[in-house]
Design a protein around this ligand. Structure first.
Ligand code: PRP
Ligand code: ZN
Length: 297
């Protein structure tokens, strides 16, 4: 069989992670021939195509080599890896993506008191994540039964098929609507980029590395601010020390003002009013903080 030359990324078709995943790829300069309701999107700007699928199918598609990368919740990846100790060299979390934060949590009826894991002994816990749940139960020395369901976990206690549940909690609205409350966190989750442990050879390998570099740079850009200011020359060192993230500022002279400088620096992380006020007290003026659009070191 001829080696596949185009890189293929699996993304959730509908659901919480779909749109932010595709927005992130757009920021990396990827454009696709739109076909929202279809399975496949052809990459027009690079030889990278999208497969729109159910999130639960994403780890398997990568494991089988159908896709090279996937955007998926850490919860889905974790459950898959526990369930499929792979012969294919395995999957791994390449990086956390900073969106889709949620928790896999044990939830109990609102009227119950939570006194700790020991009270779960002998209970039936409905979940779509039985392996992750069982791992947590073992770590907490609890003997209980995981009732594996494929969906609608939150109604299991009312139907009598379980005593409580272990499910994803994001805003908490689903629990609230089902008279349940969060008791213990089994896993902190967010969207992650998943790949096979071995990087493909040839053209696909090059594309994969290029995309990872762009993802890195998009992430850095999001957390970066360009700070511009003017100051007396003799205050420059102190002001540079007040810039968050210890950047290397560029300092230039201002025409006709030999004792004044202009400074600019790309700061990583949060630049807040306290930082600006401290720099102003040290002599800075005309302070500007700007978002960064693109960055290539
Ligand atoms: C999760 C979970 C709950 C809901 C919780 O489903 O199964 O139904 O989100 O969110 P909330 O706390 O904001 O109400 P998800 O959207 O991840 O879909 P899936 O598990 O069916 O893929
Ligand atoms: Zn799902």
């Amino acid at each position: 069989m001829r080696e596949r030359e185009r890189l293929r990324i699996a993304v959730q078709k509908s659901g919480r992670l779909g749109d932010p995943s595709r927005e992130l790829l757009a920021r990396c300069g990827l454009r696709f021939r739109e076909s929202r309701d279809k399975l496949f999107c052809y990459g027009e700007s690079m030889a990278i195509d999208l497969l729109l699928v159910r999130d639960d199918d994403i780890p398997g598609l990568i494991d089988e080599g159908v896709c090279d990368l996937g955007f998926v919740g850490r919860n889905v990846l974790g459950e898959y890896m526990l369930d499929n100790p792979s012969e294919h060299g395995g999957l791994h979390e390449i990086q956390a993506l900073g969106f889709g934060a949620c928790r896999l949590s044990i939830a109990i009826p609102q009227e119950s008191e939570w006194e700790g894991p020991a009270q779960l002994a002998g209970k039936r816990i409905a979940t779509t994540y039985p392996k992750l749940l069982c791992g947590w139960l073992v770590r907490n020395n609890v003997v209980a039964t995981a009732v594996a369901l494929s969906g609608s976990v939150e109604i299991a206690p009312r139907l009598g098929s379980a005593d409580l549940i272990c499910d994803l909690v994001s805003s908490g609205a689903t629990l609230q609507a089902n008279q349940l409350k969060e008791a213990a966190v089994v896993l902190q989750s967010e969207a992650v980029l998943v790949g096979a442990a071995t990087v493909p050879d040839g053209e696909r390998g090059k594309l994969l590395k290029q995309l990872l570099r762009r993802l890195d740079s998009v992430r850095n850009v999001r957390a970066s601010r360009l700070v511009i200011l003017q100051a007396p020359r003799d205050a420059a060192t102190i002001i540079a020390g007040l810039l968050p993230g210890c950047p290397q500022p560029t300092v230039t002279t201002i025409d006709g003002m030999p004792d004044q400088i202009a400074m600019q620096a790309v700061c990583s992380g949060d630049v807040n009013w306290h930082h600006l006020e401290a720099m102003k007290r040290a002599g800075a003026r005309s302070l500007l903080v700007l978002p960064v659009e693109m960055m290539l070191a």
